[in-house]
Design a protein around this ligand. Sequence first.
Ligand SMILES: NC(=O)c1ccc[n+]([C@@H]2O[C@H](COP(=O)([O-])OP(=O)(O)OC[C@H]3O[C@@H](n4cnc5c(N)ncnc54)[C@H](OP(=O)(O)O)[C@@H]3O)[C@@H](O)[C@H]2O)c1
Length: 272
Amino acid sequence: MSAVEKMGKALVTGASSGIGATYADRLAQRGHDLVLVARDEKRLAGLAAKLSAQYGVAVDVLKADLTQREDVRVVEKRLREDGAIELLVNNAGIGPKGPLLADDIDYLEAMIELNVVAVNRLAIAAAQVFAARGKGAIINIASVVALVPERFNGTYNASKAFVLNLTQSINAEVSGKGVKVQAMLPGLTRTEIFDRAGGSIDHLDPSMVMDVTDLVDAALAGFDQGELITIPSLPDAADWDTFVKARLVLAPNLSHDRPAGRYGVERKAAAI
Ligand SMILES: NC(=O)c1ccc[n+]([C@@H]2O[C@H](COP(=O)([O-])OP(=O)(O)OC[C@H]3O[C@@H](n4cnc5c(N)ncnc54)[C@H](OP(=O)(O)O)[C@@H]3O)[C@@H](O)[C@H]2O)c1
C-alpha cells in the first residue's frame, strides 16, 4: 500500500505513548488520517504535528480522560458522528501496581473504568456504526495475561480477559456485516506502562520483552492477514486454534436441565 494513498480515518485511544503512539505512526504511514485520544494534550499535539509533516495525513487531537464517563461519551460521539472514521484502535489502558493483596482498590476500580468500561462503550459504539455502514474495523488491545491469569495480577488479567471475550462476541455478531475485528494480545512490551504503575521493565527477563515497533508491525501484519486473535509472540498459530477447539469441547455440556451426576443432586431434586 502506498504511503500517500488515502485510507479511512482511524481513532486511536492511548495514542500519546507506547503501543498507541506506535499504531498512530504506522497507520499514518499507511495513509490513514487520525484522531488521537489521551489525556496529555501537549504530547498528542507534538505527535500530531510530527505525523502530519512526515506522512501528509490530517491528525486531530481529542483530549479525554477515559476513566471519566463524560469524556468517554465525547469520544463515543466522535466515533458515531464522524463518518470518515473507519478504524478504532481501542488501546488506552493501565497496568497493576502489584499483587491484589497489596493493591489499592480505588486504583483497581479506575483500571476497570479505563480497561473495561471505556473499551466496552467505544467498541460497541464502533460496532454499531460500522455495521450500519457495512464497513469498518475494530482493534482491541487485550493482553496474553487474559490466558494465564495465575501468573499475573488479578484485576488487570480479568480486564484483559473481558477485552478478549468481548472481541470474540462482537466478531460473532458482526459476521457478514463488513466489519473486521481483531483482539491483539501483547506479551511484555517495552513501553511506559510499568513505570507509570511504579515499577520498571528493567526488572523483567529481557528475553520476554518485545520492542514496541516489532509488536505493532506484527500486530498489523496479523490484522492484514485477517486474524481475529493476534498474539505476536506465539510462534505457531495452530496452538491458538487447538486451545479454542479444546474450549469448545465443553460447549455441548455447559447447559443441561440437571446437575452432573458427581454432585449427587439429581435424586434429591426428583424427590421434592
Ligand atoms: N506494555 C505491555 O507490556 C503491555 C502488555 C499487554 C497489554 N498492554 C496493553 O497495551 C495498551 C497500551 O499500553 P502501553 O504499554 O502502550 O502503555 P503506555 O505507554 O503507558 O500507554 C498508555 C496510553 O494510555 C493512555 N491513558 C492512560 N490512562 C488514560 C486515561 N485515564 N484516559 C485516557 N488515556 C489514558 C496514556 O496516555 P495519557 O497518559 O496521555 O492519558 C497512554 O497514551 C494497554 O491497554 C495495556 O494494557 C501492554
